[in-house]
Write a protein that binds this ligand. Structure first.
Ligand SMILES: [Zn+2]
Length: 530
């Protein structure tokens, strides 16, 4: 725009001034921004926005740089109600809500298959690199395109690689046309992919697996990051049956994230990311924050500890990316797939609301009410409180009206203490939800071919979990996450306006000069474009 002003000022007459100005503005608007060579797209699994504020003084590397030099959105909230990993990761680079993407949860009951399936379960594919013959995972259940797909469909050479401990978190961000998605197989302790992507692991992944890096953590203890010496009490240890809490596996320690970062470094080098004619994308999802957070909750020192360690790992990765490709050529975008609720007992001790509910009681109430009205039967299929499935075959065999059965079941669910709302399939499908953000969030989470028949929302801070804590509601502690852009073409600064992570994909599409992903409901965050 500064060039535009110079042009108009140098013109002679007012009329010429207007014409030249208009012509130039048009040309300027049609001109895409200079494309970055590499996008580093980062998701921290279970990372509330307030972790940036609470631990800010302890950040010295990646988060510090993002906060000081990036375009920071302080009020980004997911639009969907089902704030879980698969949904957050499918939204990240597609901008699509579950109602359009079809990714309605980490798993759902597949009525046609008669079984529960995960968001990426694909019996047509096989695992590559892990246990031979094991079923593989793929993005086939994702109904929409991503920014990475749009890049690929444009026909310019771009390489897109995803990595995470979790298959869904490696696969869903990049979508259908990725060159590779790699995740960690705890059974073989190896990085794996599926035949959807390729028949064999690339040589460099095979080599990394052969190094058996996990062995250095056998018997190790996770000590606080600021521990002075080894006499400090560990958060957990990899040795079972000791006085210290068992870590619950490599993935539930900061070492899981270290292994992800190490894989990302190898991918940068071996796939030569940032050195193709089009823009490359490296999508990295750090999973360990989620495993730790579920076990101990957001107020435990272990969450601060792993956040600080994530800051350092992120700094390391960004430095390497920039040194390989040049700082001016790298665009970084960071978000989280969801937040998390406080541990109910921690809340109770500080006079805050909350508590634990059980699905056993909920399912019992629903089954009891349906049995009383319509007779005995297996009324409920496998599901969760957020998405209960009624037995449609039973309903049909008894020649009942499905909408009426749903209403009876919903009334029973509503009678349980600390249930805030219950919506039926027929209500959500016909728009009969409360006209407020929570009602809209539940609508945006509904995809008729896959969603259940009852959507049950507990009051804030109430969980259907026996221990630890969880997420998955439209409440702010679950849906308020960081959104930060840094680098090529980005205007640094703090942006306090409310946005959604759904805006990330269209903004990236604009910056990369590609079509908007097919299911995006977001908008371009134009104010951060330089
Ligand atoms: Zn997650």
């Amino acid at each position: 725009m500064s060039f535009c002003l110079t042009m108009t000022r140098s013109s002679g007459t007012l009329r010429a001034l207007a014409l030249v100005g208009a012509a130039f503005v048009f040309a300027h608007a049609a001109e895409p921004p200079r494309r970055p060579k590499l996008v580093v797209a980062v998701v921290i699994d279970q990372f509330r926005y307030d972790y940036l504020l609470r631990f800010r003084a302890d950040y010295t590397a990646g988060f510090k740089r993002l906060l000081e030099q990036g375009a920071v959105f302080t009020d980004a909230h997911y639009l969907h109600a089902t704030t879980v990993t698969a949904v957050g990761h499918s939204t990240f680079l597609s901008g699509a809500p579950p109602s359009v993407s079809g990714i309605v949860g980490n798993e759902w009951y597949d009525r046609a298959a008669g079984q529960t399936v995960t968001s990426v379960f694909d019996p047509k594919s096989k695992l590559v690199g892990g246990v031979p013959g094991a079923p593989g995972s793929s993005p086939r259940r994702l109904q929409v395109s991503t920014v990475a797909d749009e890049l690929k469909m444009q026909g310019v050479e771009s390489h897109t690689i995803g990595v995470s401990i979790k298959d869904r978190s490696a696969i869903l961000p990049l979508g259908h046309m990725a060159d590779g998605a790699y995740w960690y197989d705890p059974d073989s302790n190896h990085w794996v992919t599926s035949t959807y992507y390729r028949a064999e692991l690339p040589d460099w992944v095979r080599k990394l697996n052969a190094e058996n890096r996990y062995q250095q953590y056998i018997g190790a203890s996770w000590l606080p990051v600021d521990a002075q010496d080894h006499t400090a009490k560990p958060f957990c240890t990899m040795v079972a049956n000791t006085e210290v809490r068992f870590c619950g596996g490599l993935e539930a320690t900061p070492w899981g994230n270290e292994m992800i970062e190490e894989f990302a470094e190898r991918a940068l080098a071996n796939e030569d990311l940032g050195h193709h004619s089009g823009t490359d994308i490296l999508a990295v999802s750090f999973s360990s924050n989620d495993y730790v957070g579920h076990a101990v909750g957001p107020d435990d020192p272990a969450v601060r500890d792993i956040s600080i360690r994530t800051d350092r790992l992120l700094g390391k990765l960004l430095n390497l990316a920039e040194s390989r490709v040049g700082g001016d050529n790298v665009l970084v975008v960071l978000t989280a797939d969801h937040g998390v609720a406080p541990v109910p007992e921690v809340n109770a001790a500080r006079n805050m609301p909350g508590g634990r509910l059980t699905q056993l009681e909920l399912d019992g109430k629903i089954t009891e009410a349906l049995t009383k009205r319509y007779g005995p039967g297996k009324w409920l299929l496998p599901g969760s409180p957020a998405m209960e499935y009624l037995n449609l075959e039973l309903i049909q065999s008894k020649k009942l009206d499905a909408a009426e059965v749903e209403r009876v079941a919903a009334e029973a669910a509503s009678s349980m203490s600390h249930i805030a709302r219950v919506y039926t399939r027929h209500q959500v499908a016909s728009g009969q939800v409360q006209d407020d953000p929570i009602g809209r969030a539940i609508s945006l989470s509904f995809f008729a071919p896959r969603s259940g028949d009852l959507f049950i929302l507990p009051e804030p801070y109430f969980l259907f979990d026996a221990a630890g804590t969880s997420h998955g509601t439209p409440y702010d502690y679950d849906n308020h996450v960081p959104v930060i852009f840094l680098g090529a073409g980005i205007k640094p600064g703090t942006n306090a306006e409310q946005i959604a992570p759904n805006d990330i994909a269209p903004t990236l599409a604009y910056l990369l000069g590609v079509e908007q992903p097919s299911g995006s409901i977001g908008r371009v965050l134009g104010q951060i474009v330089q």
